[in-house]
Ligand binder design. Sequence first.
Ligand code: FAD
Length: 624
Amino acid sequence: SGGLERHTYDVVVIGAGGAGLRAAIAAHDAGARTAIVCKSLLGKAHTVMAEGGIAAAMGNRWPEDNWEVHFRDTMRGGKMLNNWRMAQLHAQEAPERVMELEDWGALFDRTDDGLISQRDFGGHRYARLAHVGDRTGLEMIRTLQQRAVALGIDVFMECTVTELLKDGGSAGSTGRISGAFGYWRETGRFVVFEAPSVILATGGIGKSFKVTSNSWEYTGDGHALALRAGASLINMEFVQFHPTGMVWPPSVKGLLVTESVRGDGGILKNSEGKRFMFDYIPEYFKAETADSVEEADRWYDDKKNNRRPPELLPRDEVARAINSEIKAGRGSPHGGIYLDIASRRSPEFIRKRLPSMYHQFKELADVDITAEPMEIGPTCHYVMGGVEVDADTELSAVEGLYAVGECSGGMHGSNRLGGNSLSDLLVFGRRAGESAAVHSMSFGAGGPGTERPTVVEEDVRTAQATALSPFEHEGGSENPYTIQQDLQQTMNDLVGIIRTAPELERSLEEIERLKERAQHLVVEGHRQYNPGWHLALDLRNMLVVSECIAKAALERQESRGGHTRDDFPGPSEEWGSKNLVLRLNHAGTGVDLAHQPLPVMPDDLKTFFDPAPVEPVETKEGGK
Ligand code: FAD
């Protein structure tokens, strides 16, 4: 491997979304030589697609909002399965992280008093999302990217990491992180990064499902890299299906329709014209949800004396309700239901508040959302599950390996509230960057045990051979695109919104078959820009991550948040106190699953949750 391109850093961040950028800035600020590696162009990460906003209890619209209420909403939204410490840190630190973005040049929408405006979103008791129209992610990425580049952080774009390297050998559970191995997408040439700290910030897994709001990049790479390095994943059974994705035309099926449409007055109707969400208010949220159309409609103008419309229940509830209406035959012509803001708000209001949605429907579906309802349906949107990390430092089970953002687990429990991802990226991105820098800088001080972990050359050769194997299969006949399509169909049909034991068992059998077929993959052509080859390498990750989801979904015999079992409706107390943890098995051929008790919340935080249901918002001065 003499001619191999090599780089040495203190901290290597894999991923250039909000989490990766924020982590890199923090690592750099702590004095670490830092690099960012990302598989697409800088600025193309998922974060840029975020529409609605960043959740932070800044209290700009509601002075009575504070971290305690945000913490409580987050835990309740996650059906109490969240890592309490992460939820606490997140609620406490999010406002500071938003203010900091503003210091760095982000231009948020304002209130009449000139404060950062905050909008309503499902599951949040107060208007809490700092936003820039419906293009918040764009502003966030722009700001973080400019800062990272201005600080001189090195960026390797269109470079995909396929393996993590460890000093004790890459396979198995021993050893410390010593670097990462990847390839340049354009040339197909390999590159080795040497660093004692690697931060995974690779985002989600949505491309394993057929209908998804996620883009081609979200193949669960970070999840799979962590597993292969010996780290563990939690919460993998919890996949968020966003209630409102486009259903037509077919080329854009799954594309997101922001929750802000409902936050700004949009309502859901079935083919009979009925506003059906009132039929689906669960006991758990009854006390805080309007039970009549009149109260729901009054809420938009008078939030003090009315409860929230049921359209703004947490996403899992709304997605299930829509699914039921479609199944009952009350769907729209293209298999969705109707989201109507046209009959509720003026064209001027809609175009001002939801400019991207207006253009998205106009250009892609030839629908004018100021004049007619949208057809929408659930779409795979977000994975709550991810790398199991320490709440304060984002360190995984492997020394030197950190995970942050959508590829980490624990923070959102069984269901994420809208807006809580962007804040998660900032809060834990900063924390991960700092801890990784401290870890890396602890080396080199002299004395035994302070040597930097080294890369094992044999592992580099193995990584090269593995990456090249799709070119070398004699007698192979499988095409990566066909396997990907079959996987997406399997996950959609058998591991989707509503699950049952027989279907999950079938999905696992099917995934085994797909794994077997993937052994016989062949790709045509050369190493120069070859998307078929890239997909072949991504598939390995998609398959192991899908296995994790299906296995955990079969094991968890209850319904909670983003995991609904038709054969076990409703939550169970026993399951409410444990996580399912997944690790790669010894042979590396599949995953093992274990039960693990949830971290126990301290008593002073527990008091936020009793008495159980919440009274409507009290009348006080100051809110709007
Ligand atoms: P991403 O932004 O997904 O970035 C991942 C990065 O990792 C990319 O740079 C990618 O190239 C890189 N990468 C991946 N694999 C590799 C590899 N093997 N090697 C090298 N690089 C790799 N959340 C909110 O809070 N509010 C919202 O309003 C909101 N709206 C959303 C709208 C849409 C349409 C979508 C899809 C999501 C939305 N979300 C929202 C969710 C939120 O945007 C994402 O969860 C979040 O942006 C994920 O950020 P991240 O930094 O973890 O990863």
